[in-house]
Design a protein around this ligand. Structure first.
Ligand code: MOS
Length: 734
C-alpha cells in the first residue's frame, strides 16, 4: 500500500507548488501525447479488443413508444445461420441502468415499454452481420398502450421534480412587482429541441466473465460510477466488476453512465459462457442513449432606467420519462450571472414517452443561457444601452442568490478584451442595416459561464530507478487531453521532461478518479496527481537530505545548494504515493464558475435566409490553463456545439409516437468544417485558490455556454428578426 496524501477543500489553498516549479511544461500548448497512436491506428478503442470465441450482440428495439410486450417471436431469428440465441429477459435492467436519474433496483422480466427504440432483446451470433440480420427478423408483439409524446399543449401537466444539482424551484423577492415597476422589461418564451451528443464513437461494450468476475471494455466517461451502476444492475458486488476504457471517442455526457448495450452484453455473455461484444449502430445511439431534453423557457427581465436589473425570472419546462428525476437545469447560470434582487428560477417536468433525458455538454447553461443571453440582448435594445455595457452594469458583487462571494470572476475583463479584439466599437448598430451584396451582416455578443465543481478523485504516481514517472488512475480521456495534462502536471511537479512520464488511464483496477464529466475532470484528477507528486517530492527531499522548499527538480535531476543528482539515484527500488482530493466546505462557501465572452459576426442571405458564421472571438477565464492547446480545443469544440445549437441541431420526434425521426448524422445536422470560421480564442491569466491546488477551473463546457445566443443575437442584428425557437433554420427567417 502506498502512502495517501489527502486534501479536502475546506479552505482556499495558500499556495501551489506549481507557482514555484521550473520545468516549464505545465500550461504549454503541447500536442496530445497519445496523438501519434491515434493517427497510426494503434490506440485500441473499446470495440477493437479481440477475444477468443467472441460472440456479437445486436440490440432489438421496441416498435412502439408505450405498451406491454406480449411476446417476442424469435424463431425466424434463430434460424439465421450463425445466430446463437435471442435473449430478452432484461428490459427492466437496461432502462434503469442508464444515467439520468436514480438507479433503481433491477427487476427481471419487466415488460413495460417507455419509448420507441428502447432495447428489449439482444440477438447473439457468430458475426455482427448475422446478429443484425437476426434482429431484423425478431417480432416484438405489444399491446396498445397510452403514451404522451411531447410537451406541446401539456405545459399545465408539468410537475415539480425533486431538487437536482440546483433546486427545482427558487424564489426571492417579488418578481411580479419588479416587472410592474420597471423602466424596461423583457417577457418572452423560448423553445429548444431535443438534442443528441452524437459522439463520433458509438456506444460499445465487450463483456467477458471469469467465473463470477466481469470485465467490460466499454466506451464510458466515469468508470468508478459506471462500475457501481453495472454492479447494481446485475446484482453484483462492485469488486466483481472491472471496466476498461483506454480511449474514448467523445462522450459529451452520453457516456457518463452505462447504456443499454453494456447490461445486455454482460447478461448475454453470462448466459453463453462466451465474451460478447455489442456495438450500437448510429441509429441506436440516437434513439437509445440519453438525449438532451427539449425545453420551454419563459424569461423575464426587469430593469431600471440606468439598465440595472431589478428582477430576473427564468421558468422552464423540460421533458423526461415517468419516474426519472433528472431535469435539464436550464436556470443554472441564471442564479448567479447577473445582479437583481427579485428572482424566480423554476424547473418543471412534463412526462413523455421519448428517449430518456440526461446530461449533454453543459447540462443547464448550454440551453438556459440561450434564453437568458438573448433576453439580455433584447433588454439592451429596449434601454438603448450597448449589450456589453449592460452586462458590465449588472456585474454582481457576490452570488446574488446565495449571498456568498465568488471565488474568482473575470466576466467583465473577458467582455472588455473580447470587445477590443473583435472590434466591437465598429459593429453594425442598425438591425438589418448593414449589407455585403446579397448578405445581411450582423454582430452579436453573449456572456459565457459554467459552474466549477470538484469531485473526489485519486491517483497513484511512482518514480522508477530509471528516473521515469508513472501515473495511474481510472480517469478517462474522451479526446479532451487527460493523458497529456496529467502527464504535464506530473512532469512539472517532478521536474521531468514530458517524455519521461507515462500516464495510464481508463481502468477500474487503478485508483478511482472523478471521471470526465461536468468540466470537473481535469481539476479533480489533476489535483490527485498533484497531491501524489507532493508526497513524492517530500520523499525525494528526505532522501536528498534537503528541505522540501529548498529542493529544485528539473530535467530529471534533484538540485539543492551546489548538488545536482539524477532523480533515479534518489528513489532506490522506486517510490510511489497516492493523492486523493475531495470537495469540502469551499463548495458551499464560495460560488465557483468559469467565465467567458463570445463575439461573432454572421452573414444572413437576404433571399434564402441561409446563415453563415463568419468571425468569432472568444475570451475565457478558467483559472490556471493546464495546456493552452487542449484548452483552446475545448473552447472551439464547445463553440462548434453552439453553432449547431443555434443553426442546425434538432432531434425530431414523431408526434404520434415519440420516435426519433432523424436518427443519423445525415439528418441530424452537426456543424462541419465549412460551417466553422477561424476562431480567435484567448485566455486571461487567473488563479483560483478556492478551486483546487492547481488553482484551475473547468473548461470543457465553457465554450458552449452562451455561444448559440451570440449567434442568434447577431442574426437579429443582421436582419431585425428575433427568433426564439431554436435552431434558427432558414425557414424561420424568410
Ligand atoms: Mo458532461 S454533459 O457532464 O459529459
Amino acid at each position: 500500500m502506498s502512502d495517501v496524501n489527502s486534501l479536502t477543500m475546506d479552505r482556499p489553498v495558500e499556495d501551489s507548488i506549481l507557482n514555484h516549479t521550473v520545468q516549464d511544461v505545465l500550461g504549454k500548448p503541447i500536442d496530445r501525447v497519445e496523438g501519434p497512436l491515434k493517427v497510426a491506428g494503434k490506440a485500441t478503442y473499446s470495440a477493437e479488443f479481440g477475444f477468443d470465441r467472441l460472440a456479437h450482440g445486436f440490440l432489438v428495439r421496441a416498435p412502439q413508444g408505450a405498451g406491454r410486450i406480449e411476446a417476442i417471436e424469435a424463431d425466424a431469428a434463430k434460424a439465421v445461420p450463425g445466430v446463437i440465441d435471442v435473449i430478452h429477459d432484461f428490459d427492466g435492467f437496461i432502462r434503469n441502468a442508464q444515467q439520468g436519474g436514480e438507479t433503481e433496483a433491477p427487476t427481471m422480466g419487466v415488460r413495460e415499454v417507455h419509448y420507441v427504440g428502447q432495447p428489449v432483446a439482444i440477438v447473439v451470433a457468430e458475426s455482427f452481420e448475422a446478429a443484425r440480420e437476426g434482429a431484423a427478423l425478431v417480432t416484438v408483439r405489444m399491446s396498445a398502450g397510452d403514451g404522451d409524446f411531447g410537451i406541446e399543449g401539456r405545459e399545465d401537466e408539468a410537475e415539480k421534480p425533486a431538487d437536482g444539482m440546483i433546486p427545482a424551484h427558487s424564489d426571492a423577492g417579488d418578481l411580479d412587482k419588479a416587472m410592474a415597476d420597471a423602466a424596461a422589461t423583457v417577457d418572452a418564451f423560448w423553445t429548444t429541441p431535443s438534442q443528441n451528443s452524437a459522439a463520433i464513437e458509438p456506444h460499445v461494450s465487450i463483456a467477458e466473465w471469469q467465473g463470477d468476475r466481469l470485465t467490460v471494455h466499454g466506451a464510458y466517461q466515469m468508470l468508478s460510477s459506471d462500475r457501481q451502476q453495472l454492479a447494481d444492475a446485475l446484482g453484483l458486488e462492485e469488486e466483481q466488476v472491472r471496466i476498461v476504457a483506454r480511449y474514448v471517442g467523445g462522450g459529451f455526457g452520453s457516456k457518463l453512465g452505462i447504456a443499454p448495450e453494456c447490461v445486455a452484453a454482460a447478461i448475454a455473455a453470462k448466459q453463453l459462457g462466451r465474451p460478447v461484444k455489442t456495438v450500437m449502430t448510429r441509429q441506436q445511439v440516437f434513439e437509445a442513449t440519453v438525449r438532451r431534453s427539449d425545453t420551454h423557457q419563459r424569461l423575464r427581465l426587469a430593469a431600471d432606467g440606468d439598465g440595472r436589473l431589478t428582477g430576473i425570472g427564468h421558468e422552464t419546462i423540460v421533458s423526461n420519462l415517468e419516474g426519472e428525476d433528472f431535469f435539464e437545469p436550464a436556470g443554472l447560470a441564471t442564479h448567479f450571472l447577473y445582479a437583481g434582487a427579485n428572482r424566480r428560477v423554476t424547473h418543471d417536468i412534463v412526462r413523455v414517452n421519448r428517449t430518456l433525458s440526461g446530461s449533454m455538454r453543459a447540462p443547464g447553461e448550454a440551453v438556459g443561457m440561450l434564453a437568458l443571453e438573448n433576453a439580455m440582448d433584447e433588454l439592451a435594445e429596449a434601454l438603448d444601452i450597448d449589450p456589453v455595457e449592460l452586462r458590465r452594469i449588472n456585474e454582481p458583487e457576490q452570488d446574488p442568490s446565495k449571498d456568498i462571494p465568488f471565488s474568482s470572476r473575470k466576466l467583465a475583463e473577458c467582455l472588455d478584451e473580447g470587445a477590443a479584439a473583435f472590434g466591437w466599437e465598429q459593429r453594425n448598430r442598425t438591425p438589418g442595416g448593414l449589407r455585403d451584396g446579397d448578405w445581411l451582416v450582423g454582430h452579436g455578443v453573449a456572456a459565457s459561464a459554467r459552474s466549477n465543481l470538484l469531485q473526489p478523485s485519486r491517483a497513484r504516481v511512482s518514480v522508477t530507478p530509471e528516473g521515469r514517472a508513472i501515473v495511474e488512475t481510472d480517469m478517462t480521456d474522451i479526446g479532451t487531453g487527460s493523458y497529456t495534462i496529467l502527464g504535464q502536471i506530473a512532469a512539472e511537479m517532478l521536474g521531468l521532461p514530458i517524455e519521461a512520464v507515462e500516464v495510464r488511464l481508463g481502468d477500474t483496477d487503478f485508483p478511482p478518479a472523478a471521471g470526465s464529466g461536468g468540466s470537473w475532470g481535469a481539476g479533480s484528477s489533476g489535483s490527485s496527481v498533484y497531491l501524489a507528486c507532493e508526497a513524492l517530492r517530500a520523499k525525494i527531499a528526505a532522501s536528498f537530505d534537503a528541505e522540501a522548499d529548498g529542493l529544485t527538480l528539473k530535467d530529471g535531476h534533484a538540485i539543492a545548494g551546489n548538488r545536482r543528482v539524477p532523480l533515479g539515484e534518489l528513489v532506490g527500488e522506486g517510490i510511489e504515493a497516492e493523492g486523493a482530493i475531495e470537495p469540502g466546505e469551499m463548495a458551499e462557501k464560495v460560488n465557483q464558475a468559469s467565465y467567458g465572452a463570445h463575439f461573432c459576426e454572421v452573414h444572413v442571405h437576404a433571399v434564402t435566409g441561409e446563415v453563415r458564421v463568419k468571425r468569432w472571438t472568444g475570451v475565457f477565464a478558467a483559472g490556471r490553463i493546464l495546456n493552452e492547446k487542449t484548452a483552446r480545443s475545448q473552447c472551439i469544440g464547445g463553440i462548434v456545439f453552439g453553432i449547431g445549437t443555434a443553426l442546425t441541431e434538432e432531434l425530431v420526434h414523431d408526434e404520434r409516437d415519440g420516435k426519433c425521426v432523424n436518427r443519423d448524422l445525415a439528418e441530424y445536422h452537426v456543424p462541419v468544417h465549412a460551417d466553422v470560421p477561424h476562431m480567435d480564442i484567448r485566455f486571461l491569466v487567473e488563479r483560483d485558490a478556492a478551486a483546487n491546488p492547481l488553482m484551475a477551473k473547468g473548461i470543457g463546457e465553457l465554450g458552449i455556454s452562451g455561444a448559440g445566443a451570440a449567434i442568434v443575437n447577431a442574426i437579429y442584428n443582421a436582419t431585425g428578426v428575433r427568433v426564439r425557437s431554436y435552431p434558427v433554420t432558414l425557414d424561420k427567417l424568410i
